[in-house]
Each structure stands twice: as C-alpha cells, then as structure tokens.
Write a protein that binds this ligand. Structure first.
Ligand SMILES: Cc1cc2nc3c(=O)[nH]c(=O)nc-3n(C[C@H](O)[C@H](O)[C@H](O)COP(=O)(O)OP(=O)(O)OC[C@H]3O[C@@H](n4cnc5c(N)ncnc54)[C@H](O)[C@@H]3O)c2cc1C
Ligand code: FES
Length: 497
C-alpha cells in the first residue's frame, strides 16, 4: 500500500552513514518532526546530523491527511475543562502560530507543495451543542473559530465549528523541500541508517547505528514517532492508534475545505488536488495497532462511506495506513527525556503532529539554545500530569500485553502453511512452534518468529498492509521481519523450517 503523497513526490535521496560523525546536534528520525527540528536548529546556527532508518518522510508523516491546522477535531472545550484557560490558550496560540510558520517556511524556501489556506470544520450530523461549545471556547482562546449551522461540506451536517485560514498541503513534497533547505543550511542527512542506542556521556551523547558508525554530539533529539527501545519509558505512557486513508475521484466537485466528523465512525476529508477538482482524501477507521483481524474490511468501510455519501461506486486510486500515539492528557510529550540532560524527545501527537510537531521543533530548538519557549512547560516530556490518567494508561498497557499474548493463541490458523494462498498470511503451528507465515504474490513463503523484539509481545498479521503489527506499543515489521516502525530496533528472527 502506498499513500497518495509518497507515490507523487520526488524525494531527495541521501547515502547511509559510513564513518563516525560529529555535530552539535544529532536528530534521529526523518519524518515531519525530525526534519523540521533539524531545519530550525540549522537555521539557528547549530551543526546538525540527521539519521533516518529508511527513507525520509515515508512512515507516518508520508501517510497523513495533510492538514496543518489548530483545529484538532473537538479539543478546546476538553483542554479548558482539564487544564484551565491559561494552558488551553497556550496550546491554541502555539498551534495557530505553527500553521503560519509552515506557510512561512514553504514560502521562504520556495517549496512547491500544493499549499493553500482554507477553512477546517469539525462537524456533527446530530449534535450541535458540542460543536457550538467547541467553537465558542476556541474563539474565546483567540482562534479564528465560529459556529456555523448546516455547513455545505459534503457529508450531512447540522452544525460545525469552522476555523478559518488553516493550511492543507502535500506533506511529502513539503518535507522534500524542508530536507533541501536543511542541506542548504549545512545540515547532513543520512538515510538507511538506523540508530540503535543513545549513550549520555559526561560531555554530550554518542549515538550507535546498526551498521557500526557512531555519531557524537552535544545533544540528541529522538523524533522516531515513539522514542525507540526503552528510552524514557514513553512506550508505557502512550497508546498507538492506526488510521486508514484512500484517495478517490467523486462524480462531482470535492467540497471546499477540510472536515472531520465528531460523530462515529470518524471520517476526516479534504480535497485531493492531484485528483483534479473531484479528488478527495478520506481518512478514518481508527483502531489500536494490531487489534483488528481483518484490516481489509476497514478500507472497504471507507469506500462504502464515500459511495453512500456521494451515491456512486468509488474505486480508490491509493490506499494506505499509519499510526500515531496518544497520551493520557491530550498533550504531546516534548523536551528533555525523563532523567536525561542531553537527549530530547517529541512524541504523542495524537494524529495532529503537523502543527504540534512544528511546535515541538521550536521547543527543542529553544531548549538546545538555552532559551525560553512559551509552550515548553505545557508539553514538558517529564511531566507527571494527571496521576490517575497516567496510572490507568500504564495499567491498560500491561493488560494489553497480557491479553494479547494469551489471545494470540486463538488466532493460530489450522491446516499447514502449504495451504496458504498467494497474498495470505497468518499464524501457524510448525514443529510445535507458533510461526508467522506469508505467501507473496510470486508464491514465495516468508516465515518469521512472530514475537516482537521490543519487549516480547505476540504480533498480529495485518492482511491489508501485509505487515506484522504489535498491539503492545505499535512496532510494525515487514513479512521478512524488518522493522518498519519502532520502538523495536531489531528485526524479527526468521524461521527456517
Ligand atoms: C492516518 C493519519 C493521518 C494523519 N493526519 C494528520 C493531519 O492531517 N494533520 C496533522 O497535524 N497530523 C496528522 N497526523 C499525525 C501526524 O502525521 C504525525 O503526528 C506526524 O507525522 C509524526 O511525525 P514524526 O516525525 O514523529 O513521525 P514519522 O513520520 O513516523 O517519522 C519518524 C521517522 O523516524 C524513523 N525512525 C524510527 N526509528 C528509527 C531509528 N531507530 N533510527 C533512525 N530512524 C528511525 C522512521 O523511519 C521515520 O521516518 C496523522 C496521523 C495518521 C496516522
Ligand atoms: S512494541 Fe513493545 S512489545 Fe512490541
């Protein structure tokens, strides 16, 4: 599965790291947050090395909806109730400033990424009270928001909170432009270079990479979606949530503006300029990574929704999926990793990491330079926050690991792998062991030990994306066991029959 963004961008390519390197800051991870952080640091005068395990902008950031907005579904009333007006306003100000900053960066660096300013709606077909309150609270916090009745956004809606002057763009082309700008500012980028450890020394950090070379720096920044390995135990205080996307051409012009439903099932839409005036992107089908047995049915539910909303038989030209992490208090974790002096992290963007990740980049740039940043305390990665919410999430995480390992056995398929048809995968018993098997389109069998190399949870087969997915903390692996997404850093053991 390839997203419409990665399929339609010519991303610059970079060599792998072959020898030890030294920089002021080493950024690990070349998605939206890593690239933006590296650019802001380089523009601030720091020497920067960025290492990326695979190719730039091909994981979650290359699989988004491409909305850069301070409108994060309905969040402001909730933020106000949980955190009070000062913190809610800080969040609003930081994210609205991030929208403008993305526009400014694109313009200053001449990035051709289909960027337009457009409204964003959170709407409901049933409930005008929640969206009314959301619009009122957002407006009271200084955001360009208002309540509208019967908005003409395509799907049926009785009311919406409308945020004006937001941004939609082509995220992969934007990030390709950010990478170019980073190298022009002196930054060095290495692709196909997986970091496997960060050691804090008395002076700075040493980052080990899978193939041997070490990067030494004053500071390390982990922007790997979730910090890898056991770093800061962020895996225990976040949950991984996956969504699916399709790009289709409607029989009529696509509605203007970006929209997301408040009602379930959540559907997030926006125009797809590459698909012409009728092109539409639809994202939805949220579920925890590795928790759904038939992921193909989720794509079908999106297709059915488009078909029934616009009354035709849609044939998506692209389909893709990705995941992101949520935290117990709605706020990302950004800043010094717990107990660390020189290692910074940015995670827990709750699927709003294009604006929140831009905020994160500014916070990390300022912390590295020893400057104040107005949002630093709000996003502080070391905060305890709501003790009860954190305790519940840690407990849920432990339960997921236990339940899933037990439930795993019930997913073992009967019959031998010889009966596995082309394109099918799943769990089998071979020689008394549980084995993960997949038969590729050429008929070749791929077999792995389906035990996650992070902390040992059982993996689930994802039939639509043909990946092995971990419900515990979101690692994903290819049919051959290569790591696609951390926190795991080691491949799965191959099974040799
Ligand atoms: C379906 C979907 C739609 C979304 N839509 C929106 C939207 O419209 N607007 C919005 O604001 N947000 C959206 N989000 C959220 C947003 O996409 C994410 O918050 C954001 O992309 C996260 O960026 P990142 O750089 O942390 O992660 P990534 O893009 O995943 O980047 C992390 C990078 O680190 C690399 N890496 C991992 N481990 C290592 C290692 N050990 N060594 C080196 N490199 C490593 C990975 O290969 C990857 O390239 C969406 C999320 C999803 C799932
Ligand atoms: S991601 Fe933690 S055990 Fe798999």
């Amino acid at each position: 599965m390839t997203s419409v963004w990665t399929a339609t961008a010519q991303l610059p390519q970079y060599d792998a790291l072959r020898a030890d390197a030294r920089a002021d800051v080493v950024v690990i991870g070349g998605g939206w947050i890593g690239l933006t952080t590296a650019l802001l640091l380089a523009e601030d005068g720091a020497s920067v090395v960025l290492v990326e395990a695979g190719r730039l902008a091909t994981r979650t950031s290359g699989n988004t909806t491409g909305k850069v907005t301070s409108q994060h579904s309905a969040i402001y009333a909730d933020l106000l109730d949980r955190h009070g007006p000062t913190k809610a306003r800080l969040y609003a100000d930081a994210n609205q400033a991030a929208v403008d900053q993305v526009d400014e960066l694109a313009q200053r660096h001449g990035i051709d990424c289909e960027l337009i300013r457009t409204p964003a709606f959170v709407y409901s077909a049933e409930d005008d009270k929640t969206v009314r309150r959301e619009a009122e609270v957002a407006a009271s916090l200084g955001l360009p928001a208002r309540f509208v009745q019967n908005p003409q956004i395509g799907p049926a809606a009785v009311a919406a909170a409308r945020f004006d002057d937001q941004v939609q763009l082509h995220p992969a082309r934007y990030l390709g432009g950010v990478a170019d700008a980073l190298t022009r500012a002196g930054g060095r980028i290495f692709e196909n270079t997986r970091a496997v450890g960060v050691d804090e020394k008395s002076e700075g950090v040493e980052v080990q990479t899978e193939d041997g070379p070490i990067v030494r720096a004053d500071h390390a920044v982990l922007t790997t979606l979730l910090p890898f390995g056991l770093t800061g135990a962020f895996f225990a205080r976040t949950r991984p949530n996956q969504s699916h996307g399709i790009a289709v051409r409607l029989p009529v012009e696509a509605p203007v503006g970006m929209a997301i439903s408040l009602d379930s099932p959540v559907r997030s839409t926006r125009p797809w300029p590459g698909g012409g005036p009728n092109g539409l992107i639809v994202v939805g089908g949220d579920h925890e990574v590795g928790s759904v047995e038939d992921t193909a049915a989720i794509y079908q539910s999106l297709i059915d929704w488009v078909g029934s909303t616009w009354n035709f038989h849609p044939e998506p030209e692209y389909r893709w999926s990705a995941h992101d992490y949520s935290t117990p208090d709605l706020l990302p974790y950004v800043g010094r990793s717990s107990g660390s002096k020189a290692t910074f992290v940015a995670t827990g963007m709750r699927k709003w990491g294009l604006s929140n990740g831009t905020v994160a980049a500014g916070i990390i740039r300022d912390l590295v330079a020893g400057r104040d940043n107005p949002a630093a305390d709000l996003y502080d990665a070391g905060r305890i926050g709501d003790v009860h919410a954190v305790a519940k999430l840690v407990k849920d995480n432990l339960k997921v690991g236990k339940d899933f390992t037990t439930g795993h056995l019930s997913r073992v398929l009967h019959g031998g792998v010889d009966h596995l048809e082309v394109g099918q995968g799943g769990l089998f018993t071979l020689g008394g062991k549980t084995v993960g098997a997949y038969r590729d389109p050429d008929g070749k069998l791929h077999t792995v030990n389906p035990t996650c190399t992070h902390v040992g949870c059982a993996l689930a087969w994802n039939n639509a994306d043909t990946t092995w997915d971990c419900n515990c903390h979101g690692s994903r692996f290819s049919p051959d066991g290569e790591v696609l997404d951390g926190p795991a850093t080691k491949p799965l053991d191959r099974h040799t029959p």
